[in-house]
Design a protein around this ligand. Structure first.
Ligand SMILES: C[S@@+](CC[C@H](N)C(=O)[O-])C[C@H]1O[C@@H](n2cnc3c(N)ncnc32)[C@H](O)[C@@H]1O
Length: 525
């Protein structure tokens, strides 16, 4: 079966990309919140099982230059692609091996963080058991493992669609053609129901809609692969327990039962007072399809502090901006903050909270250690009204309680480390080598391990940022690109091609472009 699986991923490689939920920073952050003291992220030993073409692991090599990262995958073709990426990006701390996870034994070494994303549900039972054995045997005493898997009840509907797809592609062996046919079936299911208003038809249409934007590789490996074994959370817990491990949290704090709105928490509390059981009932209510569980050794005890008190050991960043250009921090005026696409909106009338958010906005995209952030917020308020000193203990408690809630609602992010990146472009700016390599891809990877989509002009600039060009030389390269037809600039609806006219326009555009690239955490100097 291993040969068949390797061949499947060799023939149709999985779209390989960074997963912020599986980054050691997230694993360490959640561990710290839950009272565990994990290894420092900067110098961590990391193992990724099923690393595919390195889209998750290789960026970590750049982000964590003092860490040691090991990736293994069954598919030689994908590992070859990952090795080539390592070479092109020039990282020296990432090792890759084409091998089966079944061959990882005790001698393979000890790791502070083990990542197994998008693998567990798609491998035979023996390999599933071995994933947990590795998490037990090869995980450092205070290590954190990430295992993601498909779950019921959400996968009951998808299972049904998977079975229908299997029926529809039965006679076809070519992977591309199987995916094409599967898509035909999905579209047909979405529109052909005799009564589109019955719940069954609506559910099919919903699932079909969700699959429309999916990559071919996702459809192939998720729906048309021989193995796909979703399980209930309780069953995963049972297996984890049998492997002498424990689940301490979900990698997405906001998806945990304890972060849900009060009404839902009450409803879950009616069914059980126990965290694990509430999580299971939560899956029942949400029709959950996927989980990202964080595991540790059972003896790793939570420190006595509560979660919000542990924020003291973390860093904080935000994406939100104040709606009011001069927010009133001192009084009980309600101020609103939103992220750029307005999907996250927070309001507060609390002076300390408002001062913290404004301080974070100014620091963006950097994160600040909680203590530094809190001190800066108090200093800001003190400066505005020296006569009204804050009660520091009460304010600290209020600030950490607020930040924990804000983390659950995604208006702030928490971190255990800060990557190194440049906010001020140097005289010869340098972009992350990976982003330069990805400049023509749909998205490029930031130094915070996220994907971003620069504008076409910013991509043109990004391409020049290898550290060999001054700002003036970059402008000359941009002029060449415009004259070669790679980018057009218009004035009074007419294209501009004269270098003498282009030079001042492009010189004016360069600084804001470099600022955008720096703010997207793409510059190293
Ligand atoms: C669905 S892909 C996920 C890849 C990547 N982790 C991600 O989430 O994008 C599953 C990966 O597991 C690998 N795999 C399957 N069985 C394996 C085994 N026994 N040992 C190592 N890797 C395996 C496949 O080659 C494939 O790259």
């Amino acid at each position: 079966m291993s040969d068949a699986l390797a061949a499947s991923y060799d023939d149709f490689p999985y779209e390989s990309r960074p997963f912020i939920d599986a980054h050691p920073d997230r694993l360490a952050t959640m561990a710290i919140l839950f009272g565990i003291t994990p290894a420092p992220v900067e110098t961590a030993r990391v193992l990724e099982i099923g690393c595919a073409a390195g889209g998750n692991l290789v960026p970590m090599g750049l982000e964590l230059p003092n860490a040691r990262l090991v990736g293994i995958d069954l598919s030689p073709r994908q590992v070859a692609a990952a090795r080539s990426l390592v070479k092109q990006v020039g990282v020296t701390n990432v090792e890759l091996q084409a091998m089966s996870l079944l061959d990882i034994d005790e001698d393979f070494g000890e790791f502070d963080y083990i990542i197994c994303h998008g693998v567990y549900s798609w491998i035979p039972p023996e390999a599933q058991r071995h994933v947990l054995t590795i998490c037990q045997r090869n995980l450092a005493p205070n290590g954190v493992a990430f295992v993601s898997y498909n779950t019921f009840p959400g996968w009951h509907t998808r299972q049904m669609i998977r079975e229908m797809m299997f029926y529809h592609v039965e006679s076809v062996s070519d992977a591309k053609e199987r995916v094409r046919r599967a898509r035909v079936l999905i579209d047909w299911l979405a529109v052909s129901s005799p009564d589109r208003n019955v719940p069954y038809a609506r559910k099919l249409a919903e699932e079909a809609e969700a699959l429309k934007g999916a990559d071919d590789s996702y459809i192939l490996h998720e729906f048309l692969e021989v193995y796909n074994e979703p399980i209930y959370y309780q069953e995963f817990l049972r297996r984890v327990d049998a492997a002498n491990l424990k689940v301490f949290a979900d990698a997405r704090y906001r998806q945990m039962a304890e972060c849900q709105p009060e009404g839902l928490q009450k409803a879950l509390g009616v069914m059980s007072g126990e965290m694990d059981r509430r999580e299971q009932y939560h899956d029942f209510l949400r029709d959950r399809t996927f989980r990202r569980s964080l595991l540790c050794h059972p003896a790793v005890g939570a420190a006595p502090l509560s979660k919000h008190e542990n924020i003291d050991r973390l860093r904080v960043s935000t994406l939100v901006r104040a709606m009011n250009p001069r927010p009133d921090l001192l009084n009980a005026t309600v101020e609103e903050f939103r992220n750029p696409d307005a999907t996250i909106r927070v309001t507060s009338d609390n002076p300390v909270v408002k001062a913290m958010l404004v301080t974070l906005v100014e620091a963006h995209p950097r994160s600040l250690p909680f203590r530094e952030l809190f001190a800066a917020a108090l200093a800001r308020l003190d400066h505005l009204s020296p006569a009204k000193p804050a009660n520091v203990d009460r304010a600290t408690a209020a600030a950490t309680v607020y930040l924990l809630r804000a983390y659950a609602y995604m208006s702030v992010d928490l971190h255990a480390y800060e990557p190194s990146f440049a906010l001020e472009p140097s005289t010869r700016p340098v972009a992350s080598p990976l982003s330069r390599l990805q400049v023509t891809d749909a998205s490029v990877t930031t130094l915070r391990h996220q994907l971003t989509k620069p504008s076409s002009f910013d991509r043109l600039v990004l391409r020049q940022l290898d550290g060999t060009r001054t700002h003036a030389q970059i402008v000359e390269e941009l002029i060449k690109a415009v004259r070669a037809g790679e980018f057009s600039i218009h004035q009074n609806l007419q294209p501009v091609t004269d270098p003498e006219l282009l030079r001042p326009i492009l010189t004016r555009s360069l600084a804001p472009s470099l600022r955008r690239l720096a703010n997207s955490m793409l510059l190293v100097a």
